[in-house]
Design a protein around this ligand. Structure first.
Ligand code: ZN
Length: 144
């Protein structure tokens, strides 16, 4: 079951005003920068990866409410997850905001569904995917 649009709006508002996991990590395994030039959003993702698990996430940068909320929701979702599961989640999230399909997330990740509405606003899709594309690149760098 998906949450109501009203609740989705509240989740985005809450995460844009009080983003999670702000700040750099002391000993990050990988750091990746991302920019969305069409809106001016900038993000820097810090990851600490131990034994194939993302144990800590730090988010720097600034941007619009959608990019900020998306990075915050992402950070909450991936901390404690296996890198391989995160790869699947990135695909799922991007599918949700770019394709006309209903995506179901497990209960502990269902807040991510709050961003499903951005697919109606193509300009905002880049805002919503910025942190996820940056995360994808960070994982690629880590894997190489
Ligand atoms: Zn933006």
């Amino acid at each position: 079951m998906s949450l109501s649009d009203e609740l989705y709006k509240e989740i985005i508002l809450e995460h844009s005003q009080h983003p999670s996991h702000r700040g750099a990590l002391n000993n990050p395994t990988v750091v990746e920068d991302g920019v969305n030039r069409s809106c001016g959003d900038e993000v820097q993702i810090h990851l600490k990866i131990e034994d194939g698990i993302i144990t800590e996430v730090g988010v720097n940068g600034h941007g619009c409410s959608i990019s900020t909320a998306s990075a915050s929701l992402m950070a909450d979702a991936i901390e404690g997850m296996k890198v391989n599961d995160v790869k699947d989640l990135i695909i799922k999230f991007k599918k949700m905001v770019t394709e006309d399909v209903e995506i179901e997330f497990p209960e502990d990740l269902e807040d991510l569904g709050a961003l499903s509405g951005v697919k109606k606003f193509p300009v905002r899709v880049k805002c919503a995917t910025l942190s996820w594309n940056t995360l994808e690149q960070a994982i690629k760098d880590y894997s190489n």
